[in-house]
Design a protein around this ligand. Structure first.
Ligand code: PLP
Length: 401
């Protein structure tokens, strides 16, 4: 009799489980719009050309070893990552007030930041938007933070519940941590305008709320790296403190390489130095030090002007393809006369469309049309291509009529 006999069957992950179900479906017309990974117009995963080039350079460089990285990762990668999110002319970087550590993609960066806060920050409550990426609650609560939500999405308008958001943050206890999606909010595709960001910033600073940005889609939302970093840069420009978790999964297509960074912006250089020392104490017993390959790819691209430019072009092409999928799906529903206002499909930004379809309608689409998506009605626009738009439009039409 096994010592693990008492274990109950664990449920599949609500997002990754969609792919598990998809893989089991033998239907030739099946369509996976669950997981947020980019696909080409041919429905294939994409390795960026510039990434292939960088890897080739790394392979050919005989001076490279496979030694351990320092606990905080590759120094060059950390510097370049801070520059990418905060801007080349960032005063915080010039004043050495930023500490950046390489972590295991966006998730690992969030987790290290959360563990650090649970250990060293006086207020252990974090507010996350409702709804949010499904993993946030677990990442933060398992790190020892107490998770509360703030109103974000308004189902009536399919837009931002700006008033609810400001009310909830306005009544959060002073010092509370607030998780903000830097851009391309997942799953809703709804972002605050710059004016709304400014209101949020003023309110948060007046109540000493600590911003923790999750930046998983820089460049992927609008096609511009700078435009997608504006929310973060507003909060850094006021001289206050914040945390930022960066991921290169989507914007460089490095999903499985697990490359990301956690930056903590402080008010003074000596504090940033002590923060780094304590981050090392969090990381060392967790995974000792991060992997070398993915961070070397990123550093190779970011430090070379020509490769950097090639990356921005490829990144914009991915963003543009997603934007054109939005238009095509919208047009296809319009052509079918599908009841309802579907303008949200073209208004929302980033990888996902929050369709407003309920879990029953989603189950119907999966059963009858072999369309796979998360039960909250979120579809990954990146998984769609022109050939499959009519099938998806038929499925949505049938689900709502
Ligand atoms: N945060 C958000 C909002 C995301 O959508 C994702 C990925 O889907 C992540 C973080 C983390 O991704 P990764 O750990 O692959 O970088």
């Amino acid at each position: 009799n096994s010592v693990f006999n008492h274990l109950v069957q664990a449920p599949e992950d609500p997002i990754l489980g969609v792919t598990v179900a998809f893989n089991k479906d033998p239907s030739p017309v099946k369509l996976n719009l669950g997981v947020g990974a980019y696909r080409t117009e041919e429905g294939k995963p994409l390795v960026l050309n510039v990434v292939r080039r960088a890897e080739q350079l790394l392979v050919n460089d005989r001076s490279r070893f496979k030694e351990y990285l320092p606990i905080v990762g590759l120094t060059e990668f950390n510097k370049l990552s801070a520059k990418l999110i905060f801007g080349a002319d960032s005063a915080a970087i010039q004043e050495n007030r930023v500490t950046t550590v390489q972590c295991l993609s966006g998730t690992g960066s969030l987790r290290v930041g959360a563990e650090f806060l649970a250990k060293h920050y006086h207020q252990r409550t974090i507010y996350i938007p409702s709804p949010t990426w499904g993993n946030h609650t677990k990442v933060f609560s398992l790190a020892g933070l107490s998770v509360k939500t703030y109103r974000y999405y308004d189902p009536a308008t399919h837009g931002l519940n700006s008033q609810g958001l400001l009310e909830d943050l306005g009544s959060a206890p002073p010092g509370a941590i607030v998780l903000l999606h830097a851009c391309a909010h997942n799953p809703t595709g709804v972002d605050p305008t710059l004016q709304q960001w400014e209101q949020i910033r003023q309110l948060m600073r007046s109540r000493d709320l600590l911003p923790f940005f999750d930046s998983a889609y820089q460049g992927f939302a609008s096609g511009s790296l700078d435009a997608d970093a504006q929310s973060v840069r507003m909060f850094v420009a006021d001289g206050g403190e914040c945390l930022v978790a960066q991921s290169y999964a989507k914007n460089m297509g490095l999903y499985g390489e697990r490359v990301g960074a956690l930056s903590i912006v402080c008010k003074a250089a000596d504090v940033a130095g002590r923060v780094e020392g304590q981050l090392k104490l969090v990381i060392r017993p967790m995974y000792s030090n991060p992997p070398i390959h993915g961070a070397s790819i990123v550093a190779t691209i970011l430090k070379d002007r020509d490769m950097y430019n090639e990356w921005t072009i490829e990144l914009k092409a991915m963003a543009d393809r997603i934007i054109s999928m939005r238009q095509q799906l919208f047009d296809a529903l319009h052509a079918r006369g599908t009841p309802g206002d579907w303008s949200r499909i073209i208004k929302q930004i980033g990888m996902f469309t929050f369709t407003g379809l309920n879990s029953k309608q989603v189950a119907f689409m999966t059963k009858e049309y072999h369309v796979y998506m998360t039960s909250d009605g979120r579809i990954s626009m990146a998984g769609l291509n022109s050939k499959r738009v009519p099938h998806l439009a038929d499925a949505i039409h049938a689900a709502v009529t």
